[in-house]
Design a protein around this ligand. Structure first.
Ligand SMILES: [Zn+2]
Length: 110
């Protein structure tokens, strides 16, 4: 197991309950302490699309919601390019989430 270090205070993050993964830019993600550090840095973050925690329940719901919209879009009579954009957006949010899990969450105990 690799150790996950907070980007704010550089200390070791112990468990998933204390982990907040935040998106930075288009592909960047960074881990922070939930209780001590996230609040302190949240205001200064400039996520392009999502600046909230990406390992949160709200984010999980929004991925499910995006998936539903994508499925619905494929049954609608709309231009193919729109369907493609919707599909790529879904792949994007899912891969950011998977990247967060792969990089940080799987290394921590719950
Ligand atoms: Zn910290």
């Amino acid at each position: 197991m690799k150790k996950v270090h907070c980007q704010h205070c550089a200390k070791h993050i112990e468990d998933r309950g204390d982990l907040v993964v935040v998106q930075k830019g288009i592909w960047g993600i960074e881990p922070y302490h939930n209780t001590k550090c996230y609040g302190a840095v949240a205001k200064g973050l400039s996520g392009l699309l999502v600046s909230g925690p990406i390992n949160s329940k709200v984010n999980r719901l929004s991925i499910i919601f995006t998936a539903i919209i994508t499925i619905v879009a494929f049954f609608l009579n709309i231009p193919g390019v729109v369907k493609l954009v919707v599909l790529f957006y879904l792949l994007y949010v899912v891969s950011i989430r998977a990247w967060s899990w792969f990089n940080y969450e799987r290394h921590l105990s719950t």
